[in-house]
Write a protein that binds this ligand. Structure first.
Ligand SMILES: NC(=O)c1ccc[n+]([C@@H]2O[C@H](COP(=O)([O-])OP(=O)(O)OC[C@H]3O[C@@H](n4cnc5c(N)ncnc54)[C@H](OP(=O)(O)O)[C@@H]3O)[C@@H](O)[C@H]2O)c1
Length: 291
């Protein structure tokens, strides 16, 4: 298998690159290949002749997207059209990562792949535009929606993922941290997500899928699990989203159903607690705690 992986030095991209070890994969950095440059994408596709064009690139600073909608749409919609066009012209499958923030949170049970998206913030609208643009441009695509990512490789844009933030507070000896208990999703370990994405690619699946760890929890529950697993004395003060100031609105419930994965025989990723335990063990054993 030959692939171009854009975002391969980011948090999720790094794990996808590891999962694809043994395949012929090029991972240009943003300065080597900018997704906003269709000509450069086409040239790279002509050079590599990939079977897959994979992108984890996004403008995903959810709060900043409210004040910088042009930047969010340029990256998440316009540049996504470049990716879809370049993939289509090269006869490659486009693999693209989307988000649970497409949904408004009104559900009380997990969102199915064909449930109606109704994003609450600019980021979600721009990612939804990206999905539409892909479907309009090339049938040969794999869109994988996910949620609440954390991983061992530091996210390039946000720098510290939520699990690492909690770890950092614990190591700083904070007695308590305030975390909303009224936003429920499925935090997902990027290693597990990378495995599913590569599995879908290898089994020749096309279309839209949800892929997260299994189960669900609030951010407060997740923070409590981190602290309990590392035996920290820091306590979680359960708050509400209203008390926790954020610029962009977030869905109260954005758990994604994994039924579509099951239908194509891809096993449901493990429960979020098991994944978190592995992540923490890897962080702690490396002695490389969070910043
Ligand atoms: N984080 C979450 O909780 C979450 C939740 C749901 C969905 N998602 C989606 O998951 C995907 C991956 O997120 P992540 O946290 O792994 O991202 P990340 O760590 O921030 O990585 C982003 C990557 O994009 C590259 N990049 C930035 N601008 C570029 C440009 N103009 N051209 C080419 N490459 C560019 C960066 O390259 P350099 O390393 O060279 O700078 C970096 O490797 C995104 O699509 C996001 O929307 C994330």
């Amino acid at each position: 298998m030959r692939a171009i992986l854009l975002g391969g030095h980011g948090m999720l991209g790094h794990d996808i690159a590891s999962e694809l070890r043994g395949s012929d994969v090029v991972t240009p950095s943003a300065s080597e290949l900018d997704v906003r440059d269709l000509g450069a994408l086409r040239r790279e596709c002509r050079r590599v002749r990939p079977d897959f064009l994979i992108s984890t690139v996004a403008f995903h600073r959810v709060d900043d997207s409210e004040s910088q909608p042009d930047a969010a749409f340029t990256m998440n919609a316009v540049a996504t059209r470049n990716l879809a066009t370049a993939a289509h012209d090269a006869g490659a499958t486009l693999v693209w990562v989307s988000t649970d923030y497409l949904f408004d949170g009104g559900n009380t049970e997990p969102y199915q792949v064909d449930d109606r998206p109704l994003p609450l913030q600019v980021y979600g609208v721009s990612k939804l535009a990206g999905e539409h643009v892909i479907r309009l441009t090339t049938a040969d695509h794999l869109i994988v929606r996910t949620s609440g990512l954390y991983g061992l490789h530091r996210p390039v844009v946000q720098r510290v993922n939520f699990a690492d933030k909690v770890l950092r507070h614990a190591r700083m000896g904070r007695s308590r941290i305030s975390v909303p208990a009224d936003q429920v999703c499925t935090p997902t370990y990027t290693r597990d997500l990378a495995e599913v994405i590569v599995r879908l690619m290898q089994s020749g699946e096309r279309g839209t899928f949800h892929a997260t760890n299994s189960g669900e929890c609030s951010w407060a529950e997740f923070a409590e699990a981190v602290l309990e697993m590392i035996d920290a004395s820091t306590k979680v003060e359960r708050t509400t989203a209203k008390e926790y100031p954020m610029v962009a609105r977030r869905p109260a419930y954005s758990v994604l159903s994994l039924d579509a994965l099951a239908k194509v025989g891809v096993p449901q990723p493990r429960p979020w607690r098991e994944a978190l335990r592995d992540f923490l063990a890897a962080r702690v054993s490396a002695g490389a705690g969070p910043v």
